[in-house]
Design a binder for this molecule. Structure first.
Ligand code: NDP
Length: 301
């Protein structure tokens, strides 16, 4: 009998994201009914990066669908730093706006750190302000970066209690790797953060009950790096040419993760697909963070 292609259970990010967006929609309706409070999200897009345009459109559409107030500010790539900071200052004091997200990466010439630092931490729904990063690292309530928070929802829904599990996070970026590691630590996992200088990465990965890949290298993590039965969370979004030589020759590309899905799904217990896994959770958590920010700013428990 032919060996089945997949033994791992697929973690269906689409279904969990739909469920979370529906919950956010109910929360928004309740805030409107009980407090006449409509959570508002402002997204700032600088320049015309095609991927960023798609993400920003999706954020705007989903926030409107959840019943929120939604504004998108589009600025040219050559906007002056001072003008961008002025816009953020205005949004910081706008009572209709509870969440501010500046789509990254910013075009060259703009100081990303200074821009993120200018956002009111209480409206920092992307969770990238140092105040929120520091709060997260200190175990205090914080607005948490959306993709890491989405990964934690998937893990909790899949595995339940994570106490005592060995977790390995490959990648140490401020956006993904570090905050995921902090959240796993808060969930009482024993956490290792691996990176480009880690020795014998394959052996480190094989220790993981939970393996999170946030590297940005297509299919880098191979099947024999994975402990049998582990939960594999693939954050990577990488564009690669199609395997089909005709499509590849036509310049067509597809999206793959940092994990070799075919190999890994023969060994893992659970795995997120790419696309269809983590990526869909990011926007859903952004909406949830905006509701949280609106509640806190209004002093609602
Ligand atoms: P960064 O480039 O900021 O960080 C990559 C990390 O991977 C670094 O810490 C780097 O190590 C590490 N790394 C690079 N090469 C290796 C290697 N050969 N072995 C071990 N570690 C390595 O990327 P991001 O964290 O921003 O993003 C990671 C991936 O997640 C990307 O594919 C991105 O597109 C995707 N992503 C997906 C999102 C979603 O919504 N699903 C949201 C955000 C990102 P070092 O620090 O030593 O350089």
């Amino acid at each position: 009998m032919a060996e089945p292609e997949t033994s791992a259970k697929i973690i269906d990010g689409k279904a969990y994201a739909e469920r979370l967006r529906a919950q956010v929609g109910r929360d928004v309706a309740q805030l409107k009914a009980d407090y006449k409070l409509q959570p508002g999200l402002a997204v700032v897009l600088v320049g015309e990066d095609p991927a960023s345009q798609i993400y920003v459109r999706s954020k705007g559409e989903h926030s409107l669908a959840a019943g929120m107030h939604s504004v998108t500010h589009r600025l040219p790539a050559d906007v002056a730093q001072a003008e961008l900071l002025r816009l953020i200052g205005d949004l910081n004091t706008d009572p209709a706006i509870h969440g501010i997200l500046v789509q990254l990466p910013l075009p060259k010439g703009l100081d990303e750190r200074q821009v993120l630092a200018a956002i009111n931490p209480d409206k920092d729904v992307d969770g990238l302000h140092v105040v929120n990063a520091g709060r997260l690292a200190s175990g205090l309530p914080a607005l948490t970066p959306c993709t890491p928070a989405g990964c934690m929802i998937l893990l909790r829904e899949t595995l339940g209690d994570l106490t005592g599990l060995r977790a390995v996070v490959v990648g140490r970026s401020v956006l993904v790797g570090r905050p995921i590691a902090q959240l796993l630590l808060q969930a009482d996992c024993t956490v290792t953060i691996a990176h480009s200088r880690t020795r014998d990465l394959a052996a480190v990965c094989r220790e993981a009950d939970i393996l999170v890949a946030a590297v940005g290298r297509p299919r880098m993590i191979r099947g024999d790096w994975i402990k049998p039965g582990a939960a594999v969370i693939d954050v990577g979004i990488n564009r690669v040419p199609f395997d089909d030589p005709v499509k590849a020759a036509a310049g067509k590309t597809k999206v793959v993760g940092d994990v070799d899905f075919k190999e890994a799904s023969r060994v893992a217990g659970w795995i997120t697909p790419v696309p269809g896994g983590v990526g869909l959770m990011t926007v859903a958590v952004l909406l949830q963070n905006t509701v949280t920010a609106a509640r806190r700013l209004a002093g609602i428990d």
